[in-house]
Unconditional design. Structure first.
Length: 301
């Protein structure tokens, strides 16, 4: 008696290994970028911040300006490296969008995707793995950078006179989960443009544009994602420096201002993160709809 066994489908682990091998250079670059930024942020958390804080303490204690001595280089060094680290981390979502757009566009343009659909996996599994694996790598690396950046910023807050405020645009996004959600949105945006254009360079550019549009929309909505407080009269001039004034009455009238205190940092972070995750979910749904339309055309031909 012969026992018949159904052929097993291609295991997902095999697809994951093949995907990592296919995009090994991008994985190496991403790992190197995360490690380099992590080292820089640890330096900012420790010696660079300590040296700049000591220099500012010497500067603030100066009484005789002709004999005043302080380490100006330490102040400038902290400022420069903080800006480099912050802007590089803030660019991660755009790098993710460019990679995803180029990767999806290249696989469809070269025919690699159609070969995989006929030999090793279904189109849905192909797309699921190509979204899930990069999303996991991007989320893990970005979350680490966010945590280290928040530590570095907090180490200088209140100790360095020129430290960025919590509401500074690059600082705000790199200090919380908003950056992780935006990076995931970049992956989904790049994948969608790759599936729609099916060409490498157009998908790369469109992924960047779509991610930039989402980022701009969130930034415009951000001040209103959480109720502001209102200050009038003399109280308006007594607001702490850490308050983010989002609107104030014209000069010459009774001073009135809507503002966010520093305690609104986490409510604004969480609401903007929820909004970005919702947009990411819609973009991901759009990827599967675009794939369905694409594979339908392929089957018809």
């Amino acid at each position: 008696m012969t026992t018949l066994t159904a052929p097993a489908p291609a295991p997902r682990a095999h697809l994951t290994r093949w995907l990592l091998r296919l995009h090994r250079p991008a994985l190496y670059v991403w790992t190197a970028l995360v490690l380099a930024l992590a080292v820089l942020l640890l330096l900012l958390y420790g010696p660079l911040t300590d040296a700049a804080a000591d220099a500012w303490r010497q500067y603030d204690a100066c009484t005789d300006w002709q004999r005043c001595r302080y380490d100006q280089n330490a102040i400038l060094r902290y400022k420069d490296w903080y800006n480099y680290a912050t802007l590089t981390a803030a660019a991660v979502p755009f790098l993710a969008a460019a990679w995803a757009g180029g990767a999806f566009g290249k696989e469809l343009e070269s025919g690699t995707a159609r070969l995989a659909w006929t030999q090793s996996s279904t189109p849905v599994r192909w797309l699921t793995v190509r979204l899930a694996v990069p999303a996991a790598a991007v989320a893990a690396g970005t979350a680490l950078l966010v945590w280290l950046h928040h530590l570095a910023w907090a180490a200088g807050n209140g100790r360095i006179d020129t430290a960025k405020q919590w509401y500074d645009v690059p600082t705000f996004h790199t200090n919380g989960p908003t950056l992780v959600a935006l990076a995931l949105c970049g992956v989904a945006a790049g994948a969608l443009t790759g599936l729609l254009s099916r060409r490498t360079l157009p998908a790369l550019g469109l992924g960047l544009l779509l991610t930039g549009a989402v980022w701009t929309a969130v930034q415009l909505l951000l001040p209103r994602l959480w109720p502001t407080r209102t200050s009038t009269g003399e109280a308006f001039f007594a607001l702490p420096n850490s308050s983010w004034t989002v609107w104030q009455s014209p000069s010459g009238t009774v001073p009135v201002g809507d503002y966010h205190p520093a305690s609104h940092f986490w409510p604004l972070q969480l609401t903007s993160t929820a909004l970005l995750l919702a947009v990411t979910a819609l973009l991901t749904l759009g990827c599967f709809l675009a794939l369905r339309r694409l594979t339908g055309k392929t089957t018809a031909r």
